[in-house]
Ligand binder design. Structure first.
Ligand SMILES: [Cu+2]
Length: 95
């Protein structure tokens, strides 16, 4: 057993392009540190804006290699995210 395993951050890569987010549903375990790395690809259109309304996170993907979002896992819950025009959606489930 690694001494690092308990606090190791689980990272999930989500690609964003003008067709949406892949994957668009991400699950994390309650109590385990969690991050999503958004990787912008190609022409983003309105996906250049990333909004996690329930976490009050609003970020700009445009021109970036990656954008990391820390997900709180202290309690179970669902956090929706969306593009700048609220057309493309994804969700994060902590359980
Ligand atoms: Cu959009």
């Amino acid at each position: 057993m690694s001494i690092f395993s308990k606090n190791q951050v689980k990272k999930v890569i989500v690609s964003a392009d003008n067709h949406g987010y892949k994957p668009n549903t991400i699950e994390f375990k309650e109590g385990k540190p969690a991050q999503i790395k958004f990787i912008p690809k190609g022409n983003l259109g309105c996906l250049d804006q990333l909004n996690f309304k329930s976490l009050d996170i609003h970020d700009d993907l445009n021109g970036k290699k990656e954008v990391t979002v820390n997900i709180p896992t202290d309690k179970p819950g669902t956090y929706d995210f969306a593009c700048g025009m609220d057309m493309f959606h994804g969700k994060v489930v902590v359980k």
